[in-house]
Design a protein around this ligand. Structure first.
Ligand SMILES: C[C@H](CCC[C@@H](C)[C@H]1CC[C@H]2[C@@H]3[C@H](O)C[C@@H]4C[C@H](O)CC[C@]4(C)[C@H]3C[C@H](O)[C@]12C)C(=O)SCCNC(=O)CCNC(=O)[C@H](O)C(C)(C)COP(=O)(O)OP(=O)(O)OC[C@H]1O[C@@H](n2cnc3c(N)ncnc32)[C@H](O)[C@@H]1OP(=O)(O)O
Length: 382
């Protein structure tokens, strides 16, 4: 796999950093998640392909242990607010001195400087500070965050993974590591560059929810079907729009022009009435094979059985039968091979990893006895 041989130390975080670590693990990196001790159950649902060691970083021995892991690793990924790692004596200054090849990834909401740098926050806060949240939501309603996808994952975990891969590639030439300052505010905004760049062509001149791509246009929206499900319509171009009207059995000569903003509410009423006349499966059959840009809004339990997704194998199952999206993109020669493991217990691999990193049995025993590290019973045989 593309990242085979890359060693990553992921300090346990909430969602963005775990997702970043999972992406790296899916594509072959060896990711070790450093969990807190005395926390039997991790909230990390994105643990696929990782191993867990439980270390108390509030002890000098625990911090020394982490330094020893980082000296022998390629990447350290930390999910804490600005300054936390420095307080532990584990900041870039220390770790890059001990390992100049280390890629030190810092995934935060607001970045390593600025008035908010030390403030707590979550996806919705970062999305709000990016400007994008102001553009999300129906006309006349308050801004609506699209789950915690844009800041936590698109602008956070995935952007940080890109930064890590870029730094790994650059290190091939320079031989040097560097610090990655991954701010979710900036990552989300960057992922939304189109909004800034397309403003110049009038894409966002109208209020929230009244533009071409934010739910304003009746030919770029969702519609309830007779059975209470939905169809998604994306018929932007005139040639696709005409195919939409054809399947809906509407005569364009009897309708207002597609781009007549003032007539969009009337068009939406007409489309709503048509879509409400048949069940989703019937509309799916009618639109299949056309270029009307109309698709069923699939629920999470429908996606893997949809013929297209099934043919591609777009969704997989882990050893526990849990379904998950296949890692993307698919590399032709070195594709991701996600681990099938369904569970990860805090400290499950503490002994195994410490042995791998050169700790001898006496050192491990001492740290276990002192509570510097913890090992879950399932896997900790010396
Ligand atoms: C929308 C998403 C949220 C996704 C996660 C959700 C799934 C879950 C989040 C909260 C959960 C709920 C909650 O826990 C309450 C219930 C609990 C119950 O058990 C289950 C149900 C719950 C409802 C539960 C359900 C779900 O699990 C949740 C909803 C996001 O937006 S996530 C993005 C968050 N932001 C960032 O990641 C940006 C960067 N990070 C930060 O800004 C801060 O870390 C953050 C997130 C604000 C947290 O701040 P906090 O003060 O807690 O920590 P830090 O300041 O970072 O400092 C870390 C301290 O920990 C010490 N430390 C670290 N490792 C170790 C170690 N191995 N040993 C010892 N100590 C360690 C470190 O030294 C720091 O200590 P100090 O404070 O003394 O410096």
């Amino acid at each position: 796999m593309a990242l085979a041989g890359v060693r990553v130390i992921e300090l346990a975080g909430l969602a963005p950093a775990p997702f970043c670590g999972m992406v790296l693990a899916d594509f072959g990196a060896k990711v070790i998640r450093v969990d807190r001790t005395k926390v039997p159950v991790s909230l990390d649902t994105l643990h696929r392909g990782k191993r867990s060691v439980a270390v108390d970083l509030k002890t000098a021995e625990g911090r020394a242990l982490l330094r020893r892991l980082c000296v022998q690793s390629d990447v350290v990924l930390e999910p804490y607010r600005k300054g936390v790692m420095e307080k532990l004596g584990l900041g870039p200054q220390e770790l890059l001195t001990e390992n100049p090849r280390l890629i030190y990834a810092r995934l935060t909401g607001y970045g390593q400087n600025g008035s908010h740098a030390t403030a707590a926050g979550h996806d919705i806060n970062y999305l709000a500070m990016s400007g994008l949240l102001s553009r999300l939501g129906r006309s006349g309603e308050k801004p609506l965050a699209p789950l915690n996808l844009l800041a936590d994952f698109a602008g956070g975990g995935l952007t940080c993974a890109l930064g890590i891969v870029l730094a790994l590639l650059e290190r091939e030439k320079s031989g040097k590591g560097q610090v990655i300052d991954a701010s979710m505010v900036e990552g989300a905004a960057y992922a939304g560059s189109f909004v800034w760049k397309s403003g110049s062509i009038g894409m966002w001149d109208r209020g929230r929810g009244e533009n071409l791509l934010d739910g304003g246009a009746p030919f770029y929206d969702t519609y309830r079907t007779q059975d209470g499900k939905f169809m998604a319509v994306g018929a932007l171009e005139p040639q696709f729009y005409l195919q939409l009207l054809k399947v809906l059995e509407l005569d364009p000569r009897e309708l207002p022009p597609q781009m007549s903003f003032s007539d969009w509410p009337e068009l939406r009423r007409i489309f709503s009435a048509r879509f409400a006349s048949k069940p989703q499966a019937e509309w799916s059959r009618l639109f299949q094979g056309t270029d009307a840009c109309v698709t069923p809004v699939l629920s999470l339990d429908q996606v893997s059985s949809h013929p297209h997704n099934r043919e591609r194998g777009s969704f997989m199952k882990d050893s526990g039968g849990g379904e998950f999206p296949r890692p993307a993109p698919v590399l032709s020669r070195t594709p991701a091979r996600p681990s099938p493991a369904a569970h990860l217990t805090t400290g499950e691999h503490t002994v195994e990893v410490l042995q791998e990193f050169g700790f001898n049995s006496e050192e491990i025993e001492q740290m276990l006895a002192a509570g510097v590290v913890e090992a879950s019973t399932e896997r900790s045989k010396l």
